[in-house]
Design a protein around this ligand. Structure first.
Ligand code: ADP
Length: 238
């Protein structure tokens, strides 16, 4: 469903990502792991169409910046960008209009319940705690129920209930045939449900491995991560 081919993004002489290639299946969760500065956010922002880059990215058969692809793509950015003078509910309404959703309210209510935001709906963006801002950020990404969802460090700042809820939702989306790409630098936060792990370091993909391949390999994800990123050997085909 999502294909990234020869993706390179340079900032001056620095290649934030360098010839990155991968393809993600329908109905799968992929974890994008890597130390700080590895290039994970750059890959996400390129896929969603926020950056100019070299290479090709397609969603289904559509290039990622076409309207057809944009309708299929959803994104939870690393940092919530909320409007200080819109309420929680108004943020959701604003997004529903951007996506031309006819009847967004039932889904909004479901998300508010699952993320315990029901009694915060009239609060303004700048009245929310960091954790609540992140919950709203996630609800905004989930509202259009996209076919392909990118989540950039989504667990940061969430309380245990919200983490559990987010993991449940990711599992439900996988079962519905959706494609999820979740970036993180905290290995423990992805102890669940992943089908494929891509490890990046210094802008390049160092390892691209399925859960089954890792099980056959015998290492834990943490062992593999340190072996790959601390130079003790290759993980699998990159
Ligand atoms: P990660 O998400 O894995 O922490 P990023 O994709 O944010 O990594 O960053 C990859 C590299 O690109 C880092 O060295 C970072 O400093 C650099 N970088 C990211 N954004 C910019 C920018 N706007 N201008 C210059 N360098 C950038």
């Amino acid at each position: 469903m999502l294909k990234v081919s020869h993706l390179t993004k340079k900032y001056g002489k620095l290649a934030a990502c360098d010839d990155v290639d991968f393809a993600l299946d329908d109905g799968s969760v992929t974890v994008l792991l890597g130390p700080n500065g590895a290039g994970k956010s750059t890959v996400m922002k390129s896929i969603i169409g926020f950056l100019r880059y070299e290479g090709e990215i397609t969603v289904g058969t559509w290039p990622n910046k076409t309207p057809q692809a944009r309708r299929l793509l959803g994104y939870v950015p690393e940092l919530p960008s909320l409007y200080p003078n819109l309420t929680v509910s108004e943020h959701m309404e604003f997004l529903s209009r951007a996506y031309r959703m006819e009847n967004y309210k039932p889904r909004m209510e479901e998300l508010f319940t699952r993320f315990e935001l029901q009694d915060k709906r009239r609060k303004f963006g700048d009245e929310l705690s960091k954790g609540m801002q992140q919950k709203l950020n996630i609800c905004l990404g989930l509202l259009p129920d996209p076919q392909v969802l990118l989540l950039d460090e989504p667990m940061i700042g969430l309380d245990p209930h919200a983490i559990k809820e987010l993991k449940n939702i990711m599992e439900e989306m996988r079962q519905q045939g959706k494609t999820l790409l979740v970036s993180t630098h905290i290995i423990d936060s992805v102890d669940m449900l992943w089908d494929r792990t891509i490890i990046m370091q210094n802008g390049v993909v160092r390892c691209n491995i399925t859960r089954q391949e890792l099980e056959e390999d015998g290492r834990t994800l943490e062992q593999l991560f340190f072996d790959v990123t601390e130079g003790l050997g290759e993980g699998a085909e990159a």
